[in-house]
Ligand binder design. Structure first.
Ligand code: AMP
Length: 208
């Protein structure tokens, strides 16, 4: 059976790290809408130019734009065994769109408090080449691929506060929708990353 995994959690909850591990274990394409948009900004495509200011300011790009982006991506052949969505859906409109595209969603909610998130994001950097996130490291190079580690523009404290406020306002109705469904899985994101991974693998293995 295809695995249609949706990861939900505040920015900085460890969602990106867990997504990489889940995608590897279940051999699924990791579809991060944030990564796709950042890549478009770096490549200076028409899409990138359209969203650059919104992303840098911590706001959300329009549902319409994201809907087109995700339905194009899910139409690709590599999603036949399933997919792992990271950063989508973020609004009820996006959730309803996803329901029209795929059924049998497994919605994984990684929960973490605002306090912990601000602490984590102030020390994290992202690899410019492989997009891997590093926290607490003083090195300039990515330990995995050797790429340059940079601070994301939207990890600045002021922008983080805005992103958390945006998340809190939108996540509540989304979680209300999904938590009532049988495919909902909640894990405690304040545990060590390895423990979060272990909990995720156990919960997903049990539902395959
Ligand atoms: P992320 O890496 O998921 O935190 O996404 C970075 C930025 O990309 C967000 O702050 C938004 O500006 C934009 N973005 C990513 N995914 C979405 C989405 N599903 N809906 C709207 N905007 C998004």
């Amino acid at each position: 059976m295809a695995l249609h995994i949706v990861l939900i959690g505040p920015p900085g909850s460890g969602k990106g790290t867990q997504a990489v591990r889940l995608a590897r274990r279940y051999r699924l394409p990791h579809i991060s809408t944030g990564d796709i948009l950042r890549q478009a900004v770096r490549d200076d495509t028409p899409l990138g130019r359209e969203v650059a200011a919104t992303i840098a300011g911590g706001g959300l790009v329009s549902d319409e734009l994201i809907a087109n982006l995700v339905s194009d991506r899910l139409a690709r052949a590599d999603t036949a065994p399933g997919f792992l969505l990271d950063g989508f859906p973020r609004t009820l409109t996006q959730a309803h769109l996803l329901d029209r595209l795929r059924s049998d969603l497994l919605v994984v909610h990684i929960a973490a408090s605002n306090e912990e998130i601000v602490k984590r994001l102030s020390s994290r950097r992202i690899c410019q080449s492989c997009s891997l996130t590093q926290s607490g490291s003083q090195a300039d190079d990515c330990p995995y691929c050797g790429g340059l580690l940079i601070r994301r523009e939207d990890d600045e404290p002021e922008t983080v506060r805005k992103r958390l406020a945006t998340y809190a306002a939108l996540a509540e109705p989304l979680l209300a929708l999904y938590s009532a469904r049988p495919g909902y899985i909640a894990v405690n994101g304040l545990q060590s990353p390895d423990q979060v991974t272990a909990d995720l693998f156990a919960a997903l293995d049990a539902r395959r």
